[in-house]
Design a protein around this ligand. Structure first.
Ligand code: NDP
Length: 310
């Protein structure tokens, strides 16, 4: 039997590198070997590689600060990347495309916990509307191509991710990699450990190694046009996370300075993954413990400090 050829866009990012561990024989693209914003380059690459399936991860991704300053950039890059990938997948007869959305694209005022049917029912948060609308269009385009051309394009919705190979840049990174990097600098370079807000907001996180298993499960078993929330829905306060990271990295958490002049952000935005769990393809017990994930991420950052994205 012919072996299935899988192409992974965004193969050098947080999710792509974790995926490489479990499907090393797939083809992994980065922006260096194919800028997917360019219609011609994207089409030529997908046509030449001729994959059976695409796991579409490539995206312009960033934390609140980067999004707030770059709504046009986030919109343009992502809308171009997504449009080109899906259209070429259709033209070249790719059998299935799995794309990632994000819980941060849900409407600002959506009822909680976030449910799939509300994903387009209102304005996203104004800090990241460029990213949010471009990702929502990825869902719309996937549905439209399924309806008109019969393409098996699916979209799944993770919440905040973390793990080895994350982006630890202090301006562009998400909350967990930023805190890990800050604690490291405080411990080794004696810098003040200043964190935004008062630490009370609650957030959900999924360890990246869980997400890649979920991706492979959905690639095999999920064939529906509807989006699917797939993240681990356990919530943790930013304060708990920061103190836990301090304890792992051997830094006194009493030295944390909470900068109350900076915004906390929304208090909580839990998501509902009950539809995903009800499919019987993934169990709640399959997510690893948050604390073990944090230990792995801290260890990876310490071991790879020189080369980590920061
Ligand atoms: P990263 O920022 O770690 O990696 C992004 C990847 O996209 C890199 O491989 C990058 O290549 C590639 N890329 C960026 N621009 C282009 C381009 N113009 N052409 C081709 N490739 C490009 O992202 P993550 O791994 O964190 O995210 C993967 C997916 O998961 C994204 O779709 C994201 O929206 C989604 N997601 C992420 C969350 C998170 O917390 N990280 C949460 C929810 C969803 P290069 O290395 O060359 O720059």
């Amino acid at each position: 039997m012919k072996k299935e050829k899988i192409l992974v866009t965004g193969g050098t990012g947080l999710v792509g590198t974790a995926l490489k561990e479990i499907i090393p024989n797939a083809i992994f693209l980065s922006s260096k070997n194919c800028d997917l914003r360019c219609r011609y380059t994207a089409h030529r690459t997908i046509k030449e590689l001729n994959p059976d399936k695409i796991i579409h991860l490539a995206a312009c991704v960033g934390g609140v600060g980067a999004n707030q300053k770059g709504n046009a950039l986030f919109y343009y890059d992502n809308i171009m990347i997504n449009t080109n990938v899906l259209h070429s997948a259709y033209l070249t007869g790719v059998k299935k495309v799995l794309s990632l959305l994000s819980t941060c694209i849900y409407p600002e005022n959506a009822p909680l916990p976030l449910k799939e049917e509300d994903i387009n029912n209102g304005e996203p948060h104004k800090t990241n509307f460029g990213y949010a609308y471009s990702k929502r269009m990825l869902y719309i385009q996937s549905r439209a191509y399924r309806e008109q051309y019969g393409c098996n394009f699916i979209t799944i919705v993770p919440n905040n991710l973390f793990g080895p190979n994350d982006n630890f840049n202090l301006e562009k990174g998400h909350v967990i990699p930023s805190i890990i990097h800050k604690v490291y600098r405080s411990k080794y370079f004696d810098e003040d450990l200043i964190l935004w807000g008062d630490g009370t907001p609650l957030r959900e996180f999924t360890y990246v190694n869980d997400l890649v298993k979920i991706i492979m499960t959905c690639l095999k078993k999920y064939n529906d046009s509807e989006v699917l929330n797939v993240g681990n829905t356990q919530e943790f306060s930013i304060k708990y996370i920061a103190e836990f990271i301090c304890s792992i990295m051997g830094y006194d958490s009493k030295k944390i300075i909470w900068d109350y002049t900076k915004p906390n952000g929304i208090f909580r935005k839990p998501s509902d993954n009950s539809r995903f769990l009800s499919l019987g393809i993934w169990g709640k017990e399959n997510y690893i413990s948050f604390e073990n994930g944090i230990r792995e991420a801290c260890k990876w950052f310490i071991d790879n400090y020189e080369t980590a994205r920061k």
